[in-house]
Design a protein around this ligand. Structure first.
Ligand code: DQA
Length: 144
């Protein structure tokens, strides 16, 4: 079974309390539960990690060496963390950048992702379904 690492960065542990218009109303635990249901169907195993600390996110990305694929919502670090971008660049596995909101349709600072060029692709703007779509994308990239 292929192994997927699901990483969430700062403030994503507060989903459910953040602005619904951008992030929807579901908690991270509920989103993760939806992903587990789909992962069973797709025959993928999921490992979840969330941190508000940049260095801890970098160290967890390094563990991606032991996984077949990864998805990451780096939160606000998306827009300025070269450390996270560099860590992602090390990994030679499919890597999907995920955002609940459409980062291209908000404040101008959000439309720049410094991690995008280190990722296989970006899914942005589908609220909790961004994670679901990322799982389908990884399944497709890892087929056979
Ligand atoms: C986010 C978008 C970021 O700009 C923001 O800082 C977040 C969440 C999203 O999922 O839409 O914390 O990554």
């Amino acid at each position: 079974m292929k192994k997927i690492l699901v990483i969430n960065g700062p403030n994503l542990n507060m989903l459910g309390k953040r602005k619904e218009v951008h992030y929807g109303s579901l908690t991270l635990d509920i989103i993760n539960a939806k992903m587990i249901t789909l992962a069973k169907e797709l025959d993928l195993s999921l490992t979840f990690y969330q941190s508000n600390v940049e260095g801890d996110l970098v160290s967890t990305i390094h563990t991606g060496m032991d996984f077949d694929g990864l998805m990451i919502n780096a939160g606000a670090y998306t827009h300025y963390s070269y450390a996270i971008a560099d860590a992602l660049e090390i990994l030679d596995i499919p890597k999907i950048e995920v955002h609940l909101s459409n980062i291209h349709a908000r404040e101008s600072f959000r439309s720049n992702s410094v991690i995008a060029s280190s990722c296989t692709g970006q899914i942005s703007g589908f609220k909790e379904n961004s994670y679901i779509l990322a799982l389908y994308a990884l399944k497709n990239l890892l087929k056979d």
